[in-house]
Structures are given as structure tokens and as C-alpha cells.
Design a binder for this molecule. Structure first.
Ligand code: ASP
Length: 586
């Protein structure tokens, strides 16, 4: 038997017991005639003691052990004279009577500790060593618990986990597909699923009623902190439901995870906000409502005073930061620089300080009188000591810029505490999104989302105005999940494909099987998917979803540990009937 106990469990109540432990050498130090080794496993760290006087040979053997050597020890648990409050086993140590080296280790490329000297790239290259660090392991433990509790909750609600294929025909979710060539069908390709969307809908046609799957999804898109080319969804679908039923069930799941995993009981229903209000008040379809600072529009109050910037703008609006009138010139300049960054793209920022004496000081004093500024202040409900920040321009752009400014102010003012959770539902998304570049409509969610019944007549006259039965769950400015009530009528689905610019042949070629299935008694259905990686990151307070994925890719989509993607040899290409046409490498 390699071990009788783990390295994380011994306490004072175990004193005088003889135990066997196995694990890695975390630290090895010699002090006079004594040697101390910290032995580590997944469960914790325990101090081992070797005494030169009582067993010289054993002590010398111990002194030779390097970091990350794998050892097995037997010994007696004793109370420590100087206790270590930082580790859970810190009250005890083991007086070792027997030591076995199970495997030696090279010197690791970085220290295996919570604080490490390893840079990002190096840690990813040796991810298996990085995963030995407790801080990283804890994220994966959390992930496991969340997946487990999700299954428990959904199982209790009669959801059935069904696996759907990974080699499929493309499912449009708005990204590029990863494709896999088929050896047995030369010239033909599978796509990897961007989500199990069509399969879960087909399972509803099969009468499965309540489906879920913790499913891998693949999207070939530019990567960001909250995106990986392969990620995991808690994917769900239900039959005979309306939007309200879906929101209730999954609000229940979110609350269950909050209470079982975080010990946070979220009281009351999650607030709901329409997509239109999200844009109007926060410039975002995923507003962070941990703090207020809602947008206020000012266009009508600013007109006709010869300030060309505002007069020529479609939108003038701002936010009011409480108690920030004391911001210095330097701080205001920093904010101006912030909004002018190319990623944000504002031309400038106007500020109004609400002074203690009731007067207003602003960067546009030349154009606007105290009376004018007072009217602005009143619209914001500003008090003495507040600071108003205003942006202007084309409506959608200016709102997005103002959204960034609001979030920046929220961060600067400490209003985005990672331990505070502010969930909400965004509802009533537009069904379509106009793409000026390709001069056509795209489905804002996906092409299987149903329009609100009362908006169906608008499909012919004003498609851009049609609202969808679609919803997103947003927590702290992160879109955690989203879904919709689906179209279950083949004629309406066909109409949808037409509006999206598919010819009959294209629609038939790509989605014929779905439209056929809908001819055989498709029940009304709807569902949603949560991003598991995002959910775990939110709970763990991480800045990137990478940190809760065991083996993530870097920002260029590479696995730097096993060096994927990589070339394949000519024989493999031949077998797949593939000829490469590589542009010359620069
Ligand atoms: N398939 C959708 C997505 O991946 C979720 C859903 O509509 O259920 O976003």
C-alpha cells in the first residue's frame, strides 16, 4: 500500500498514529542536525522530520531529495512545537521512520507554488506542472463541483443527458466552423459543432422533452479573455414551454449553483431588462448592474448654442459619477485619453463639475451658460460634488463608448467588487441584425429563434423591428448564457431562411433535415446554453476563462504544450485527398 492517509488530512487528533504518505517534495531544508521536507499531494502539504541523531542514514537519504521528487514515507504523527497557521496540517509533523524514493525529478522550470516565477507561456508549456499548483488546481476543483451540481439539479428536474455527435454538418452560431476532412468520403468535410443546437431540437421532435448535455463546442473566431476555440456549454432544451418556463428553470439552476457552491442566497427574482433598455441606459446587451450610473440623454438640451461637436452629433449623452467633482485635471485627462484609445474610438469627452457652491464648471463653458448646465445637471439628478461625463457622436458608437467609460469609472470607484453578484435577464432581443458590409440581415441569436408572435406581421414590412423570443442571463457584465424559444413550424422556418438570404436550394441543402423533421409533429420548444467556463471564472473571480480549463489554448489558438496545430505528413494528406496551397510564409 503506497499510502494510508493523504498529505492534507492529519490533525492533532492523529498524534501518535503511524501513517504512510506519498507525494511530491515541495521543499527540503536542513537545520543543524534536523532535516525538514514538505510533502505535497492534491489534498495538501505535511511536514516530514528527519533527525540525524536518531537515524543518520535516513537523514542523509532525505537530504538528497530535490524539488518534485516523488516519495513514500512511513512515520509517526507528532504535535509540532512551532505550529504553522498557514496550512491545515500545521499543528502536526511526521517523524519519519522509512523513506522510499518512487521517482526522481529534474529541476522544474518554475517554482510549483501559489506565487510562481514562471511566466504565462512557460507555465502553459509545462501545464502539467502548473496544474500541481494549488491555486490552479482549485479552479478545476470548482469546475468539477459546478458540473456535478448542475447535473444533480437538472436530473432532479427530469432532464436527461444525451450525447450528440462531434462530427457533424455545420450548425450556424455566427462563427466560422472548424472542419475535418473525411477520408472515406474524399472531398467532403465534417464540421465540429459550434453548439449542439440542431441535435437538441431534433431530440425535442423525438419526444425527449427535457434534454441537457455538458457539451464541448468549437468556434473558429478571434480569441479574447472570455473565448477559447473549444469551450464547454451546459446545453439545455425543453418541450412545451414558453419563455417564462425556461427563465424560471434556469434561474433556479443559477440560484442552486450560487447557494451550493458559493454559499450565496440570491433573494427574489432576477430583474429583467429589455435589450432596448440595455442599449439606452448602459450601451450594452450585457450591462454590469452592480452599480447604477445609467446613461442620460442630453441632445435636446445641448442644441443651438453653436457647439458644433454636439450640434452635429446624432447622440449626446453622459453619466453622472457621484462625488467625483474633485477629480483632478490629470484624472480627467486620463479619462479623455481612455475614451480616445483606438479600441474605444471617441473623439473627446466633455465634463461638467457640480461645485460645492451650486455652480457648474465645464470644459464647454464657452458655449453653455450656468442656466444650460443647470438644466443638464437636473436631468441627471446631479448633486453638488458630482461629476458629469459626456460623449457624443453616432448613436450606436457613442453608446458603446459611453459603456466603456461607465465601466472604467465603475472600476476606478471600486464599484465592481468580484464578491458581489448582480444577475439579470436581458429579454426582447431584435430577431435580426443588419450587416452594412454584406448588406443583409443576420440572425442576432441564430436562425432557429422564433419571432414574438405579435411581431410576425413585421417580418414582411420591417424585419429590423421584429423582436425575438430570445433571452440572455447576464451577471456582472458577463453574458453567462442565452437561448430562445424556437421556431417549430416548417413554413415559418423556411420564411426565416429566406429573410436571411438563403435560396430554397441552400436552405434545403444545409437544413433540409430540420425542416423535414418539423413536418412530423414538432412540439413547441425552447432552451438555452450556459457557458460553463464563464460561469466557473465568475465564481472563481478569474480574469480569463483559460485559468479554469485544464489544457487551454493561447491567444493564437495554439496548445503550446503539445504544439498543436501542427503539420501532417504527405501520406496523411494523400489519404485525405488534400493538396495544400500555402501562401508563401513571410
Ligand atoms: N445554441 C445556442 C448558443 O450556443 C444556445 C441556445 O440557443 O440554446 O448560444
Amino acid at each position: 500500500m503506497y499510502r494510508t492517509r493523504t498529505c492534507g488530512e492529519l490533525r492533532l487528533s492523529d498524534v501518535n498514529q503511524v501513517v504512510a504518505l506519498a507525494g511530491w517534495v515541495q521543499k527540503n531544508r536542513k537545520m543543524g542536525g534536523m532535516s525538514f521536507i514538505d510533502i505535497r499531494d492534491r489534498y495538501g502539504i505535511t511536514q516530514l522530520v528527519f533527525n540525524q541523531e536518531s537515524n543518520l542514514e535516513l537523514c542523509e537519504q532525505a537530504n538528497k531529495l530535490g524539488r518534485e521528487f516523488v516519495i513514500q514515507v512511513t512515520g509517526t504523527v507528532k504535535e509540532r512545537s512551532s505550529k504553522n497557521k498557514n496550512i491545515e496540517t500545521g499543528d502536526v509533523e511526521i517523524i519519519v521512520s522509512d523513506l522510499k524514493l518512487l521517482n526522481a525529478s529534474e529541476v522544474p522550470p518554475f517554482t510549483i507554488d501559489d506565487e510562481t516565477d514562471g511566466g504565462d507561456e512557460l507555465r502553459m508549456q509545462y501545464r502539467y506542472l502548473d496544474l500541481r499548483r494549488a491555486v490552479v488546481r482549485k479552479n478545476l476543483e470548482l469546475r468539477h463541483k459546478m458540473a456535478f451540481e448542475t447535473r444533480r439539479f437538472l436530473d432532479a428536474q427530469n432532464f436527461m443527458e444525451v450525447e450528440t455527435p462531434v462530427l457533424i454538418k455545420s450548425t450556424p452560431e455566427g462563427a466560422r466552423d472548424f472542419v475535418v476532412p473525411s477520408r472515406m468520403n474524399p472531398g467532403e468535410f465534417y464540421a465540429l459543432p459550434q453548439s449542439p443546437q440542431l441535435f437538441k431540437q431534433l431530440l425535442m421532435v423525438s419526444g425527449f422533452d427535457r434534454y441537457f448535455q455538458i457539451a464541448k463546442c468549437f468556434r473558429d473566431e478571434d480569441l479574447r479573455a472570455d473565448r477559447q476555440p473549444e469551450f464547454t456549454q451546459i446545453d439545455c432544451e425543453m418541450s412545451f414551454v414558453e419563455q417564462e418556463d425556461v427563465l424560471n428553470i434556469f434561474e433556479g439552476l443559477a440560484k442552486h449553483l450560487f447557494s451550493t457552491i458559493k454559499g450565496v442566497d440570491i433573494q427574489g427574482d432576477f430583474p429583467r431588462m429589455t435589450w432596448a433598455d440595455g442599449m439606452k441606459y448602459y450601451g450594452s446587451d450585457k450591462p454590469d448592474i452592480r452599480f447604477e450610473m445609467k446613461f442620460v440623454e442630453l441632445k435636446d438640451l445641448t442644441e443651438g448654442k453653436n457647439f458644433v461637436v454636439f450640434d452635429s452629433a446624432e447622440y449626446v449623452g453622459g453619466i453622472c459619477a457621484e462625488g467625483c467633482a474633485s477629480f483632478t485635471r490629470k484624472q480627467l485627462d486620463e479619462l479623455t485619453d481612455f475614451v480616445k484609445r483606438p479600441q474605444i474610438g471617441a473623439k473627446g469627452m466633455v465634463y461638467v463639475r457640480c461645485e460645492a457652491d451650486g455652480t457648474y464648471k465645464s470644459s464647454v463653458d464657452k458655449f453653455y451658460s450656468q442656466e444650460d448646465l443647470k438644466a443638464w445637471g437636473e436631468r441627471f439628478g446631479a448633486k453638488s460634488g458630482d461629476l458629469i461625463l459626456i460623449l457624443s457622436g453616432e448613436t450606436e458608437k457613442a453608446q458603446k463608448q459611453l459603456c466603456e467609460l461607465r465601466l472604467e469609472m465603475g472600476s476606478r470607484l471600486g464599484l465592481r467588487d468580484k464578491n458581489v453578484f448582480a444577475p439579470l435577464w436581458i429579454v426582447d432581443f431584435p430577431l435580426f441584425e443588419w450587416d452594412a458590409d454584406s448588406n443583409r440581415f443576420f440572425a442576432m441569436h441564430h436562425p432557429f429563434t422564433s419571432p414574438k408572435p405579435e411581431d410576425i406581421p413585421l417580418l414582411d414590412t420591417a424585419p429590423g423591428k421584429v423582436r425575438a423570443n430570445a433571452y440572455d442571463m447576464v451577471i456582472n457584465g458577463v453574458e453567462l448564457g442565452g437561448g430562445s424559444i424556437r421556431i417549430h413550424d416548417s413554413a415559418l422556418q423556411k420564411r426565416m431562411f429566406e429573410l436571411l438570404g438563403f435560396t430554397d436550394e441552400q436552405a434545403q441543402y444545409q437544413f433540409g433535415f430540420l425542416m423535414d423533421a418539423f413536418k412530423y409533429g414538432a412540439p413547441p420548444h425552447g432552451g438555452l446554453a450556459f457557458g460553463l467556463d464563464r460561469f466557473v471564472s465568475l465564481f472563481a473571480g478569474l480574469d480569463s476563462i483559460r485559468d479554469c480549463i485544464a489544457f487551454p489554448k493561447n491567444n493564437s489558438g495554439r496548445d503550446v504544450m503539445n504544439d498543436a496545430p501542427s503539420r501532417i505528413d504527405q501520406a496523411q494528406l494523400d489519404e485525405l485527398s488534400l493538396v495544400l496551397n500555402l501562401k508563401e510564409q513571410k
